[in-house]
Design a protein. Structure first.
Length: 319
């Protein structure tokens, strides 16, 4: 890839992603695109422009309004009598993905996605929308850590890179996807310090919900979906800050077990696990195989038991 392209929203995730890209590749190889909708605030437009100026990278604006309006007109009849909901929000996200992928196809840059680990872990992202791209530098960075890294980067110039590249207003304002009027992340999620404490316990420490409650973490009102915990990680290619997958593979598949997995008996056991997991949890065979490959869910117990444990418990394994 000769360069990268990413969507600038005026928010903190895209600002940090852009800063990392410029630090790594230089501003001439980073193409920034603002894709406003009718919900995009003037503040976001100003913040994206100021961040791009500090980074020394080009910023262009391509409105998604015509695409969104076209889809609204196209779907008016089948949607008749239905109130706007998450569907319309996802259409906006996917219109942006189509725009970035079109630029990638036409000119060759790789699309960078900008979602953070907190959003990916709980499914606060759009499949074929803001998850669409070739690489994500924030894949393994929790939202609270995004704020910390931004402040660190502003205080620490890298090489000949820009000084203080991320405007303070981007760091201090409440996060918002701006997909509906006056939207804030806090409308759908707990405060990020609370959410990240929960996710860190589940993902990094492999604790169960009961252990988190005993620790004093408030999990009330949060629907923790192990399916999201898995697929938020395996569907996005990016930087692994915490090498949990590699550690798990090394721990779950020592040499003898890896050799066993490659025998006809081991392959049969694995295939049976995939089929059982797909049936029990309404997954495609490919989805089930992906989960089991990443989690190394079978080792010495029955494949079916491990498949169930891996899929239901997510990273909170008891095996």
């Amino acid at each position: 890839m000769p360069s990268v392209v990413l969507g600038m929203s005026g928010g903190i995730d895209s600002a940090l992603s852009a800063a990392v890209a410029v630090d790594a590749l230089g501003p001439d190889r980073v193409r920034l695109v603002m894709m406003p909708s009718k919900y995009t605030s003037r503040e976001s437009l100003e913040d994206a422009a100021e961040c791009a100026r500090r980074l020394g990278a080009s910023l262009e604006s391509i409105s998604i309004a015509p695409a969104v309006e076209a889809y609204e007109a196209m779907l008016a009849t089948p949607f008749m009598g239905k109130s706007p909901d998450l569907t319309e929000e996802n259409i906006q996200s996917r219109a942006r993905a189509i725009t970035l992928m079109a630029l990638s196809n036409k000119f060759g840059p790789m699309v960078l996605t900008t979602g953070n680990k907190s959003e990916m872990a709980v499914g606060y992202a759009t499949l074929y929308g803001d998850m669409c791209g070739g690489y994500n530098v924030l894949k393994d960075v929790y939202k609270t850590e995004v704020f910390e890294v931004c402040r660190w980067r502003n205080a620490n110039p890298i090489g000949n890179g820009p000084v203080d590249p991320i405007p303070e207003r981007i760091i201090s304002k409440p996060p918002s996807a701006e997909l509906r009027p006056d939207q804030k992340d806090s409308d759908s999620l707990p405060p990020y310090p609370v959410l990240d404490a929960i996710l860190h316990g589940l993902v990094e420490e492999e604790l169960g919900v009961e252990a988190l409650v005993a620790r004093g973490v408030d999990v009330d009102g949060l629907d923790i979906d192990s399916h999201d915990l898995f697929f938020g990680r395996v569907l996005v290619n990016g930087v692994d800050v915490v090498p949990l997958v590699e550690a798990e593979l090394n721990r779950r598949f020592p040499g003898r077990e890896l050799q066993k997995a490659q025998t006809p008996e081991g392959l049969r056991e694995g295939w049976e696990a995939v089929q059982a997991a797909a049936r029990e949890h309404d997954l495609t065979l490919r989805e089930a195989a992906t989960v089991l490959a990443v989690s190394a869910a079978w080792r010495s117990r029955s494949a079916r038991t491990h498949a169930r444990s891996a899929l239901v418990m997510g990273w909170r394994r008891t095996i």
